[in-house]
Design a protein around this ligand. Structure first.
Ligand SMILES: Cc1cc2nc3c(=O)[nH]c(=O)nc-3n(C[C@H](O)[C@H](O)[C@H](O)COP(=O)(O)OP(=O)(O)OC[C@H]3O[C@@H](n4cnc5c(N)ncnc54)[C@H](O)[C@@H]3O)c2cc1C
Ligand code: FES
Length: 284
């Protein structure tokens, strides 16, 4: 069992949890995630490791309430326990001195990009962080990101804070202003990552995305998280979650996530038709 040491509401529908998980905190690295199971009969959900403290044995997770399990999690309070915290899973982000890096985050992706921006800053890269949110109430981690960024720019869809528009407009402005970017990292909703990938491909800027596919076991066994990367099929949980953005088949990813949004079920990988009749096999 993993005890919740503190829980703080940091934005509309978004809570930050500090969890006692010394085994995971000892090995965590930027870009990795855990799979949570709240109770014995609970579903497994993947959540990125937003921060950790190996000395204290704690993990910080930032969770947006979107459906059944995240709603159940939002009911938990400090002192309550989570049945399983499996991890760290996934490959650590590849972070090395490259020059100037733009970290582009949308929604809860802001929490996921934070440890990566911090690590880029630590290794000496110049970090330009661009954050997009629906409105000012959905913004969080601004001070934390400002501390590790040479420049932090914010866009809100409704203009209630910062630039009115999409974060991809901000990225285009940064590029058009003549800032040379050695690398871009984009983490957020699939359409946002797709738009970033299309933009940076035109400018030939190396770009990495962290994919938030549907996942079940998180260990490469079930096939739920498969994605097409170039000519290959990869499993997001063990081969990712970060991939070369210019090789990701975003259309298939979007189609797959939309079908399962309607059905609320995840496809099997055993060669049979998906139980939700989504004709899964024809998508990938
Ligand atoms: C590697 C990885 C890291 C993630 N990190 C975080 C994180 O740090 N914080 C966070 O809040 N969320 C994160 N997610 C997304 C999170 O796992 C889902 O929001 C969660 O599983 C939804 O569970 P639910 O039972 O509450 O919602 P469900 O009832 O299963 O679904 C509700 C809605 O959420 C959508 N949804 C379900 N799974 C996902 C998903 N994987 N990505 C996007 N939308 C989804 C469904 O299509 C549906 O519209 C991550 C996902 C992955 C794959
Ligand atoms: S979640 Fe099962 S293979 Fe990735």
């Amino acid at each position: 069992m993993y005890r919740i040491l503190s829980k703080t509401n940091i934005a509309s529908n978004i809570d930050r949890y500090i969890i006692e998980a010394p085994d995971v905190a000892a090995k965590a690295q930027p870009g990795q995630f855990v799979v949570l199971r709240l109770h014995e009969l609970g579903e497994r959900i993947p959540i990125s490791i937003s921060d950790w403290n190996a000395k204290d044995g704690t993990l910080t997770l930032v969770v947006q309430t979107v459906g059944r399990t995240t709603e159940q999690m939002a009911q938990l309070q400090a002192g309550d326990c989570i049945q399983d915290v499996l991890g760290p899973l996934g490959n650590p982000a590849l972070i090395e001195p490259v020059g100037t890096v733009a970290c582009v985050a949308g929604g809860v992706g802001t929490a996921i990009i934070y440890p990566e921006a911090r690590e880029h800053h630590r290794v000496g890269n110049r970090v330009i962080t661009l954050v997009g949110a629906r409105s000012r109430e959905h913004l969080f981690y601004q001070e934390e990101l400002a501390e590790v960024s040479q420049r932090l720019v914010v866009a809100t869809d409704d203009g209630s804070h910062g630039y009115k528009g999409f974060v991809t407009d901000l990225l285009r402005q940064v590029i058009d202003d003549g800032t040379y970017l050695d690398q871009v990292i984009a983490i957020g909703p699939i359409p946002m990552m797709q738009a970033v990938a299309e933009l940076t491909k035109r400018y030939d800027i190396k770009t990495v995305v962290s994919l938030n596919t549907i996942m079940m076991d998180g260990t490469g066994m079930c096939g739920a998280c498969r994605v097409r990367i170039g000519d290959e099929i990869k499993f997001c949980c063990v081969d990712g979650p970060e991939f070369d953005a210019h090789l990701v088949d975003f259309e298939a990813l979007l189609q797959r996530s939309r079908l399962h949004e309607r059905s609320g079920q995840v496809a099997p990988s055993d060669g049979k038709e998906c139980s939700c009749q989504c004709q899964e096999q024809s998508i990938l």
